[in-house]
Write a protein that binds this ligand. Sequence first.
Ligand code: CO
Length: 199
Amino acid sequence: MKTLPDLIENNRQWAAGITAENPQFFETLAKGQSPKYLWIGCADSRVPANQITGLQPGELFVHRNIANQVVHSDLNMLSVLQYAVDALKVEHVIVCGHYNCGGVRASISPAKNGLVDNWLRHIEDIAEVHWDNLQALDEDARVDRLCELNVVQQAKNLSRTTVIEDAWDRGQSVEIHSWIYGLKDGHLNTVAEPISGPK
Ligand code: CO
């Protein structure tokens, strides 16, 4: 296992490597950011947004929570979204789920997990709507399908936030993307067409 001093040592090596390649990298980036993408993903440690997309510091604005949710009244998510859209003018918002998401699995499991179950109720709501299709699947397939349905629903929720509605109203181009990541192969795939305007 890596110790905390290892992490600091890793950091120095990482910074030195970047500076060796591009001596101005940190100096330039310290002046400001202009990412084109906002990522809304799961907090799962196996889905590191920048690494799996090959993006450098400064290229991806990130919000992560358990099971990559866009909850209408979540001020944390909405504040990130507003800053990303209104100030940074990101052109794409990517909602990215992942297969075998522990949060999604827990949302339809009878086990009690305390506080987090309240957060996961939003996903249980999605499962209820699609239960006729989900119940025919075995447990793992059901979780994976619900991971996909969750991404689609969260993208739809995004399209109904005032932030996105207002951006579209003033003619600002923002596309919402529904992606899913495979823990088993490291691949990103789309699960629905991008949303680029009001329905
Ligand atoms: Co997850």
